[in-house]
Design a protein around this ligand. Structure first.
Ligand code: FDA
Length: 306
């Protein structure tokens, strides 16, 4: 119930505008590296001492073309900076197609594809990769089609699949081929029972089934979870399928279980941190609250005492 309420609020334009106009809260600071590209680069530089990074320029559900173009320009600038600062070998970027206009009523999918293509060109120019985030289930088909189109020219483009969706085992089978980078997560959106598993246990069981398919396949599984049991299962499966530490990645979010991240990296595992920055942090932040309701009381208290 609380999760659904928080996730509904995450998509409210009015709430978002009011909250983002206020100061950057210390709790937001835990999950978001800052509002500027400089802040993101500084955080990435620190993390890359022992881990890898994927940077997300925050933005989603873009409703006008100018905003979509501004998001593409922000990624181009970010990628140029990664190249210039010598970070492109350890830092890639993650993009949301809705930030590039996927939901625009006229030609949204084409605009998002063209925009993502420009970002991929900028990534290729500095020698890094792009992974396309997955949003709610109404966009899954369109997003996977766009990833397929991008891969014709940029075969290293990564896809994200969500174990909470009933379709995902089949999607894993489709995307487990040679060279295919697939980030498997549980899914952060409130989805109906018709398309999604609703209990945590079912989502976890689905995650394990999907992981088996990806680990047995020929691509690069990117195991995106903070769940210690799933991390242990991933490591076990990697051994079973004779994958070296370079043949899969463990991925976690900035600010979530940082000690586990550094411990795993110290054991020689390849760990990548998803690092978001930017002024449009509200939707991302609300999804982090929804994942851990204990964060909500803390945040509410700090809002009231502003
Ligand atoms: P689970 O929620 O069960 O958490 C396991 C443990 O991790 C918790 O007990 C707690 O200790 C800790 N934890 C998890 N979330 C926390 C939080 N917010 N605050 C504090 N502690 C927390 N989703 C999506 O729909 N589309 C996407 O594109 C992506 N992309 C993505 C990339 C990467 C690298 C990661 C790690 C995750 C995503 N996600 C995502 C989010 C994902 O779907 C999921 O919502 C979160 O990772 C939380 O699920 P866990 O697998 O961590 O398990």
């Amino acid at each position: 119930m609380l999760r659904s309420t928080l996730l509904a609020a995450a998509r409210s334009g009015a709430v978002r505008a009011a909250v983002e106009a206020g100061p950057f809260d210390p709790l937001v600071d835990r999950f978001v590296a800052g509002t500027t590209v400089d802040a993101a680069i500084a955080a990435a530089r620190t993390i890359t001492a022992d881990r890898y990074v994927t940077i997300d320029h925050l933005g989603e559900d873009t409703t006008d073309r100018a905003r979509a173009d501004a998001n593409v320009a922000a990624y181009r600038m970010l990628l140029q900076r990664l190249g210039a600062e010598g970070l492109a070998d350890r830092v890639e970027v993650s993009v949301k197609l809705s930030a590039f206009g996927q939901r625009l009523p006229r030609d949204g999918e084409k605009i998002a594809l063209d925009s993502a293509r420009h970002v991929c060109e900028a990534a290729a120019a500095v020698g890094t990769t792009v992974t396309v985030d997955m949003e709610d289930h109404t966009t899954t088909d369109a997003t996977l089609t766009t990833v397929g189109d991008l891969r014709l020219d940029f075969p290293w483009v990564g896809a994200v699949l969500q174990s909470q969706l009933r379709r995902t085992e089949a999607d894993c089978r489709d995307l487990a081929g040679a060279g295919s980078r697939v980030r498997l997560c549980k899914g952060a959106y409130d989805e109906p029972e018709s398309v999604a598993y609703r209990s945590a246990a079912d989502v976890d069981l689905s995650y394990v089934r999907c992981l088996k398919i990806l680990m047995a396949g020929e691509g690069l599984p990117m195991v995106a979870t903070h769940d210690p049991r799933l991390v242990a299962i991933a490591r076990h499966l990697a051994q079973r399928y004779e994958r070296s530490v370079d043949d899969y990645e463990l991925q976690m979010l900035y600010g979530v279980r940082p000690r586990a991240q550094t411990d795993l990296a110290a054991r020689g595992l390849r760990v990548r941190v998803y690092l978001p920055y930017g002024t449009e942090w509200f939707g991302y932040f609300m999804r982090r609250l929804a994942e851990r309701p204990a964060n909500v009381a803390f945040f509410a208290r700090s809002m009231l005492t502003r």
